[in-house]
Ligand binder design. Structure first.
Ligand code: XCC
Length: 639
């Protein structure tokens, strides 16, 4: 954090732009996330270890040597497992909200009630066919059928296995999950059952609670992630390789500036579509601006970025991840922010109050005290909402104070990775990638994904791990806030290929791709699951056998917990930092970091040092290479 140690100032972020803005807001006496983090230290060790229970009025109960059980008799393992499951349920719920909004949008679009047009008929027909709807109906009929099928999957009982899991998961995974009794049913029912289990004095078996957490993770993986990206691809088109820019320096103060902030791409896409009408640019010019620009923040930004060649044309760049949001407003050049779902921090409102920036919740889940509601996304009214937001942004532009400070940094990025776009880049077949892995030119694949935190220097762990891995010829794929971290540090610029090891650098240069592939937003972690399944199928093995690992080096919140449990259920090594709240629960920690591997093939590895973390991932990949009979580094050195 920003303190002076041994005469050296330790900055709060790895990014020059964020550090510059941090200094800027401090000079103005504006509170911010980094200073609040500092003010919270030291934090409660019971909470950090996961051994604090606050469920009933007897609590909080904390586990100590003197009091090894809560008042009800709950021990540390039960408390930690219950807390972990509750976190996962929260994440699953948020993802299912996103999915339901997407399904509603697809259906309304098919009925001609939205400004959107179905962009990907081929994927619609493919999915409709897999769902048993045939592929011959009209686009509209099939889209309504697919939407209805997904909504009924969300709502069915917990006893009826999710058809989408049975249709899309590798057969070898289904076998494992069936044998463990963790093949999930309807998401809403799974959420309800998990909440019942985690109520006071219902379920006191940590093993059952952890298996339930894996079950919730699988439901999240195939519904919240894979189903959401599938429907969004049908609606807005699959991501295509695009070029853009990232970092706070993308903001141009000459324009009316609008930021799409959150996770759901609907309102941002509608605003970009409304901008096709020259009327708004003319209005902006009449107000003294050069025109109107729409930028992205966090995952909504990633959604727009990866489709900026097609359905999100006109997108002007990615500003950064969630830890940048207060600094973004403090540039003084953001006129309006559209807020949908997480991660809109309460502190954002206080910064906006110091500037002219209008904060507009555009999702019925998002509310800020004192900010009027009434502009929530509905598929049927989003066209009108987009026009109103454009008008309001132009009005806000007129209120700028002139206190504008934009760090000059921006990086070139290539985005839009996914199975379809990778196949396109490889000439229609995964074979060149598989050959590079088999020959050892690429040692393996690491998905370095998820949030970022203040626990370390902002974005340092994500960027450090990625750099270590690519230097050792591991292809890194990223999604979520860590993706913005790497974009800002130019790891998604093909010109950075030289910092990769010789094998990976050669592959990057021959294909013109960067050493870190941008898979997009949080939900696009599902795209990584689809890609790994495709590689496993091509090699005829289970995903757990592949030289593939996942890392959430700065995990923050509940969606990340659900994602992580999916990775473990899917059979992957999941490196996690900071340490999840299980350190005070020996059995839970032992299961997650060891025993679960015997059940699913996956496990958690906790390591807060990014260099050590990269080493343990490399060791894991080499172990998997050996298991498949592929050359290991050791053999290479001895040859
Ligand atoms: Fe929020 Fe997706 Fe996490 Fe970033 S990465 S801190 S959830 S915005 Ni998913």
């Amino acid at each position: 954090m920003s303190t002076v140690i041994d005469g050296t100032e330790q900055v709060p972020s790895i990014h020059e732009s964020t550090v510059e803005m941090y200094r800027h807001v401090r000079e103005r006496g504006i509170d911010n996330v980094f200073d609040r983090y500092k003010a919270q230290q030291p934090q409660c060790s019971f909470g950090i270890q996961g051994i604090c229970c606050q469920l009933c009025s007897h609590g909080p109960c904390r586990i100590t040597p003197k009091a090894p059980a809560g008042i009800c008799g709950a021990g540390p393992d039960m408390i930690a497992a219950r807390n972990l499951l509750r976190l996962a349920v929260h994440g699953a719920s948020a993802y299912s909200h996103h999915l339901e909004e997407t399904a509603k949008t697809l259906k309304a679009t098919a009925e001609g009630k939205t400004p959107f047009k179905i962009q990907n008929e081929a994927k619609l027909r493919e999915v409709a066919d897999v769902l048993g709807l045939g592929d011959n109906g009209s686009v509209e009929e099939l889209a309504v059928g697919v939407s209805n099928a997904v909504i009924s999957e969300l709502r069915k009982s917990a006893d009826e296995p999710l058809a989408l899991v049975e249709l899309f998961a590798p057969e070898s995974r289904l076998k494992v999950w069936r044998s463990l009794g963790i093949l999930p049913g309807g998401v809403h029912s799974e959420v309800r059952d998990a909440l019942v289990k985690t109520m006071s004095n219902v379920n006191s078996d940590p093993v059952d609670l952890l298996l339930t957490a894996l079950r919730v993770g699988i439901a999240t993986g195939y519904m919240g992630l894979v189903a959401t990206i599938t429907l969004q691809d049908i609606l807005f088109g699959a991501p295509q390789i695009v070029e853009s820019q990232a970092d706070l320096g993308v903001i141009d103060p000459a324009y009316v500036n609008i930021v799409a902030h959150g996770h759901l791409p609907f309102v941002g896409t509608a605003v970009l579509a409304a901008l096709d009408n020259e009327e708004f640019n003319q209005l902006a010019k009449a107000a003294g601006a050069a025109g109107i620009r729409v930028y992205g923040s966090m995952c909504t930004g990633q959604e727009l970025l990866q489709r900026s060649g097609t359905s999100a044309k006109g997108f002007a760049g990615q500003t950064g991840n969630w830890l940048n949001q207060e600094f973004l407003v403090a540039t003084g050049a953001v006129d309006l922010m559209m807020l949908d779902l997480n991660c809109t921090i309460p502190g954002l409102k206080d910064v906006a109050a110091r500037f002219h920036t209008r904060l507009v919740p555009v999702n019925k889940m998002v509310r800020l005290p004192g900010i009027p509601a009434g502009r929530d996304y509905e598929p049927e009214t989003v066209g009108q909402l987009a026009r109103e937001l454009l008008e309001e942004a132009i009005e806000a532009f007129k209120e700028r104070s002139g206190d504008i400070h934009i760090p000059p940094h921006r990086a070139r990025i290539v985005a839009g990775a996914g199975v379809e776009s990778i196949l396109g880049a490889l000439g229609g077949s995964l074979e060149p990638l598989l050959e590079a892995i088999k020959s050892g030119q690429i040692r393996g694949i690491a998905a370095v994904v998820g949030c970022t935190t203040c626990r370390d220097v902002h974005d340092r762990p994500s960027v450090t791990i990625a750099k270590e891995l690519i230097a050792n010829d591991v292809l890194v794929i990223s999604a979520g806030c860590s993706s913005s971290a790497m974009a800002t540090e130019a790891l998604m610029d093909p010109a950075t290929a030289d910092i990769a090891g010789p094998g990976l650098a050669a592959v990057c240069k021959s294909l013109g791709i960067p050493p870190v592939l941008n898979f997009g937003s949080c939900v696009d972690i599902g795209r990584i699951g689809v890609a790994v399944s495709a590689i496993a199928a091509a090699l005829g093995v289970d995903p757990s056998a592949l030289p593939v690992a996942a890392s959430a080096p700065e995990y923050l919140e509940q969606k990340a917990v659900a994602d992580g449990l999916f990775a473990v259920a899917f059979g992957l090594l999941l490196h996690l930092s900071p340490a999840p709240p299980v350190a005070g629960a020996p059995l839970v920690a032992e299961i997650l970091t060891g025993e679960v591997e015997k059940l699913t093939g996956g496990k958690v590895a906790i390591e807060t040092d990014p260099i050590q973390a990269a080493e343990l991932i490399l060791k894991h990949l080499e172990g998997k290479r050996a298991g498949l009979g592929l050359t290991t580094n050791l053999e290479k050195e001895m040859a």
